[in-house]
Ligand binder design. Structure first.
Ligand code: UD1
Ligand code: UDP
Length: 375
């Protein structure tokens, strides 16, 4: 039987694919292709270990590069795997260069493309992810939407009905499935979770980067920062780091290598109460989200995960492809404005965290069924 080929390459995609593969009825038919976009163990292998994913069936080791070179190298290498394996379907996740390369390679070879996380839009074409999303949606055959707003967006682009319509389905968000499963065991599953539940003795890494008293639950904030718009402009990056160091809590920032390199290039060091750490694994990161007072991020996924953990989020971006998170002030967009960031840090959200928009926690099953329905 022809395989189904799932394309992953960057940190958020390991998380999403893990959920779908765990829900697959016919697991042996599902093959994983890792482009190698992320390759540091802390950005790649740790997710396979923690989420108990089998090693990839195909590893391309493409690595880093400018958009054209990186995407082009992936496209050529994925094409060769598609020609060799003749998959029944290609499954791509999210909005990275790996997503776009996988979708294009399959579409040109007339392999049905399934896009998980279809229909999201920030309406900001300066984001490389927005270009990847739009292009991927428009070459895909099956568009699996995490929210009803995403379904409506695809309808407004003519993809849901009439001539040229694709199969558009609401599945819910696969990240909610995992956040729920891991959230239930977060206090026992990792050293970080256990210490936050019962803070005896010295805190484990990465909590040891914080002042000792602040490491206790609720005494610190968690931040992530890696978006190109924030890291590639030294003045904007300097302003954001300074603002994070000047908040009511010590801020723990597990640093993406892109940001570490950008800080080194610009000669930037953390100031005030900003504490840097290595990127965390998924389980530790989830424990940090549950243990902290606030989340500051420019990530796509972390905006939602903060709310899934019941923590208010401040997003250091001008736009979001997840507008559902903004309800009740649970997520606030502050761009790179330090005053807005400080004000949002102090504000309290209203009502329950808006998680209902993301489905019922069985999105992985819905995605796996949609893929396996392709025959
Ligand atoms: C990529 C995605 C972004 C996603 C993010 C998840 C694109 C265009 N961007 O951004 O949408 O939010 O992944 O984290 O696909 N690097 C390392 N080690 C690694 C990987 C990267 O040091 O294992 C460094 C390299 O200097 C590289 C830089 O990080 O040039 C950027 O990596 P890249 O994969 O191009 O983009 P991300 O910023 O990670
Ligand atoms: N994440 C992690 N450790 C970290 C930071 C993030 O495990 O130090 C996880 C996070 O829980 C989420 C995913 O990585 O599931 C999001 O990846 P990222 O923010 O890099 O990408 P984006 O969602 O912006 O594309």
């Amino acid at each position: 039987m022809k395989p189904y080929l799932h394309i992953v390459g960057a940190r958020p995609q390991f998380v999403k694919a893990a959920v779908v593969l765990a829900a697959a009825a016919d697991r042996p038919r599902h093959q994983l292709l890792h482009t190698g976009q992320h390759y540091d163990p802390g950005l790649s292998q740790v997710f396979f270990d923690e989420l108990e994913m089998a090693p990839p069936d195909h590893s391309l080791d493409i690595g880093s590069g400018k958009h054209g070179a990186q995407t082009g190298a992936m496209l050529a290498a994925i094409e060769a795997v598609v020609e060799r394996t003749r998959p029944a379907a290609m499954v791509v996740y999210g909005d990275t260069n790996s997503t776009l390369a996988g979708a294009l390679a399959a579409a040109k070879l007339h392999v049905p493309v399934v896009h998980v996380e279809a229909g999201l839009r920030s309406f900001d074409r300066r984001m490389p992810e927005e270009i990847n999303r739009v292009a991927t949606d428009h070459v895909s055959d099956v568009l699996l939407c995490p929210t009803h707003r995403a379904v409506e967006q695809l309808a407004s682009e003519g993809l849901a009905a009439g001539e040229g319509a694709r199969r558009v389905l609401f599945t819910g968000d696969v990240m909610l499935d995992l956040a729920r499963q891991v959230g239930r065991t977060v206090q026992t599953r990792t050293a970080v979770g256990r210490w936050l539940a019962d803070p005896q003795g010295p805190p484990p890494a990465p909590l040891d980067a914080l002042p000792a008293d602040a490491a206790r639950a609720g005494g610190f904030a968690v931040a992530t920062l890696h978006r190109a718009a924030n890291t590639d402009d030294p003045a904007r990056l300097a302003g954001l780091l300074a603002a994070l160091g000047d908040l009511p809590w010590p801020v723990l920032l597990p640093l993406h290598p892109r940001t570490r390199h950008a800080m080194a290039r610009a000669g930037l060091k953390p100031t005030g109460r900003l504490c840097l750490a290595e990127p965390a694994g998924y389980l530790d990161f989830t424990a940090l989200l549950h243990g902290c007072a606030r989340v500051f991020t420019d990530s796509g996924g972390v905006q939602k995960e903060a709310l899934f953990a019941g923590r208010p989020c401040v997003t250091m971006r001008d736009t979001t492809e997840w507008p559902e998170t903004l309800a009740g002030g649970w997520n606030v967009l502050v761009g790179a404005d330090p005053e807005a960031l400080r004000a949002a840090a102090r504000a309290a959200p209203e009502g329950p965290a808006p998680v209902d928009a993301f489905g019922d926690g069985d999105a992985g099953g819905a995605v796996a069924r949609a893929v396996e329905a392709l025959g």
